[in-house]
Design a protein around this ligand. Structure first.
Ligand code: ATP
Length: 321
């Protein structure tokens, strides 16, 4: 229903080919990370999806309809392109302006303040808000019309750890409710704990579209970091299950050859509780950097529907910086 579908979008600004033959989808019930370095064309793409920038070619639809043809767009798509507000307005006043503009009942303001945890700060001027509070307010505004789709430009950038934790769980919760969440970021590490699917662009072109797991698998075998009170017993169990285990005496063991889910199952089956389980970040970050620095292929994916056209690979046009 609220699928975002971008098909063959291109946009040139003068000599800069900002976006080139870009196709991807963002699906309902999933958080999709739209990733690429600064200047790679993320904002231009989101602006084309929202009808703010006219593409040279290609289309973008939301639930099958171009944004500009949606009868009441704010009831379908919630947007946050920046977390800047009139500094003399209170959070409540800002939301009230938004809700009047989109024509929803006054009760929506208190409801959304509650939803994003801003009730106590609602009557303070936004000029005194922290970045985390401004991001919450931007989300409350985006959610005002109870849209099925959320488009968020860099919603995590600059947040402190608590803010990051909050927004991660909030966005995952929205997706688990069936919403389509598309968020941009220039850092994979910033969003990797939040996203299900990943679309990577490099100089305006698709470099990868697929699930986070596919991005991880695209690289060589990944390393899983685990620890348990009884490291030796866990190491034995992991090795019996076919994994290679390094650093058994350290705080954290490095395990290759078993996926995290399998390690969790093994912990349960052997009654050896884990105190830590994560994917070694550097490897994933490395695949991402390789993709955005060039040479990466359009990944394995149904999400890049139509995007892995032969032309979309390494040829880099224009002077996008
Ligand atoms: N209105 C415009 N006029 C001219 N060039 C533009 C315009 N908008 C974007 N560009 C250029 O298009 C390219 C892509 O920019 P865009 O802002 O879409 O990238 P981005 O990935 O969102 O980067 P950032 O995260 O830094 O905003 C850049 O080279 C940028 O300078």
């Amino acid at each position: 229903m609220g699928r975002v579908e971008v098909t063959g979008l291109s946009k040139r600004f003068g000599s800069v080919q900002a976006v080139q033959s870009l196709s991807f989808t963002a699906e309902p019930g999933r958080v999709t990370g739209f990733l690429g370095p600064n200047g790679s064309g993320k904002t231009t793409t989101l602006s084309m999806v929202l009808g703010l920038v006219r593409p040279d070619s290609g289309t973008a639809t939301i639930g099958g309809t171009p944004y500009t043809e949606l009868p009441r767009p704010a009831l379908t798509v919630g947007v946050s392109l920046s977390a800047d507000f009139h500094s003399a307005h209170t959070g409540r006043a800002h939301l009230d302006i938004v809700r009047r503009a989109i024509g929803v009942p006054a009760s929506a303001v208190a409801e959304k303040l509650e939803l994003v945890g801003l009730v106590d700060a609602a009557d303070r001027k936004t000029g005194s808000y922290s970045l985390g509070m401004r991001q919450r307010l931007a989300l409350a505004a985006a959610l005002m019309g109870d849209p099925d789709v959320l488009l968020l430009d860099e919603p995590i950038n600059g947040l402190d750890p608590e803010g990051i934790h909050w927004i991660r769980s909030f966005l995952k919760h929205l997706a688990s409710d069936g919403k389509t969440v598309l968020l941009s970021s220039h850092l994979l590490s910033e969003v990797q704990q939040t996203v299900d699917d990943v679309v990577v662009i490099r100089r305006g072109e698709l470099a990868f579209a697929g699930t986070l797991a596919e991005l991880q698998q695209g690289d060589s075998e990944r390393t899983i970091l685990v620890s348990a009170n009884d490291q030796a017993a866990l190491a034995r169990a992991l090795e019996l299950a076919g994994a290679k285990v390094h650093g058994v005496r350290g705080d954290v063991m490095r395990v290759v050859g078993l996926e995290p889910e399998k390690i969790g199952e093994l912990s349960l089956a052997t009654a050896i509780p884990l105190s830590h389980l994560s994917v070694e970040e550097t490897e994933l970050e490395q695949s991402f950097l390789e993709l955005i620095e060039g040479g990466g292929s359009s990944g394995p994916s149904s999400h890049g529907a139509g995007s892995s056209d032969p032309e979309s690979s390494p040829a880099i046009e224009g002077g996008a910086s």
